[in-house]
Design a protein around this ligand. Structure first.
Ligand SMILES: C[S@@+](CC[C@H](N)C(=O)[O-])C[C@H]1O[C@@H](n2cnc3c(N)ncnc32)[C@H](O)[C@@H]1O
Length: 267
């Protein structure tokens, strides 16, 4: 898999992408990261990427042209098509199901916004999949992009040490109806700590009983902590459908985009 990132702060990524699973994924050849500084596509000597908002108000807005030029140049520099993803708090809430789907893509182009956000017209023109990492706002799309990258690359073949460990994680493990479950609790040595004992079933060596216990714990935890996973309302698909932008602000409907330009350029 190849991941291109368009950002104003490429340095923020370097340590994270060289460490732990993102680093292991790169050194094993499962993923290639290409970081691109959006300022490379500016034309003035101050390398300006933002301007004041029409209509007034606080903050600055990222301008259309540098981002538009950057996406086109990066896509055109390598033949495999890129799936465009914009990190935005107004996007579809990220789920493990979406991570699994994106992990199967050969190439992703991630766009990290900053300031008050990005001029709406270039978002419409680029037509990306819009992803949010949660209902809160952080200062830029860099950390959300890194969250997405980490979640993706640990699913790539050979990246995690134990072949089954991702499948048993929260949200990947599922009940008989295919609904996501939380992981079961885990214990390690010592057997007694602060007068707390490890559950007997885990010490008995009966693998069938252990699997049954873990399953029950998963279901019970999910019921207690995240009942919405068992009875989602609205369901993820409904959220996805409601993300089309027709009604507000005169913005045309858009689907997701699979880019078809060849391309790469690194910075
Ligand atoms: C300060 S935020 C802009 C927030 C925007 N004014 C709004 O209220 O929707 C700047 C950038 O951070 C990123 N960002 C902030 N919160 C995010 C979230 N929850 N998920 C994904 N990206 C986020 C986006 O790329 C966004 O363009």
């Amino acid at each position: 898999m190849r991941i291109d990132v368009l950002t104003l702060f490429p340095d923020m990524f370097r340590e994270v992408l060289a460490t732990s699973m993102p680093g292991r994924a790169a050194s094993s050849g499962a993923v290639e990261y290409h970081l691109h500084d959006l300022r490379n596509w500016t034309t003035d000597r101050h390398r300006t990427v933002d301007d004041r908002p029409f209509g007034g108000g606080p903050g600055m807005v990222m301008m259309c042209e540098p981002l538009w030029e950057a996406v086109n140049a990066v896509e055109a520099s390598e033949t495999s098509p890129a799936r465009r993803v914009l990190l935005t708090p107004q996007g579809e809430p990220l789920t493990q199901a979406r991570v699994e789907e994106l992990a199967a893509e050969p190439r992703l182009l991630l766009v990290a916004g900053h300031y008050e956000g990005i001029d709406e017209r270039v978002i419409e023109e680029l037509d990306p999949l819009e992803i949010s990492i949660g209902d809160y706002v952080v200062s830029g799309g860099e950390l959300p992009a890194m969250v997405l990258i980490d979640a993706l690359v640990r699913l790539l073949p050979g990246v995690l040490g134990h072949a089954d460990s991702a499948a048993e994680d929260s949200f990947s493990t599922r009940d008989e109806s295919g609904r996501p479950l939380l992981d079961c609790p885990h214990f390690t040595r010592p057997r007694t700590w602060h007068d707390r004992e490890v559950p007997d079933v885990l010490l008995g060596g009966d693998h069938g009983a252990i699997a049954d216990w873990r399953r029950e714990q998963s279901v019970e935890r999910t019921r207690r902590r995240r009942p919405d996973l068992l009875d989602p309302s609205p369901r993820p698909l409904d959220v996805e459908r409601s993300m089309s932008r027709q009604p507000d602000g005169g913005t045309a409907a858009r689907g997701e985009h699979s880019g078809d330009g060849p391309g790469d350029s690194d910075s």
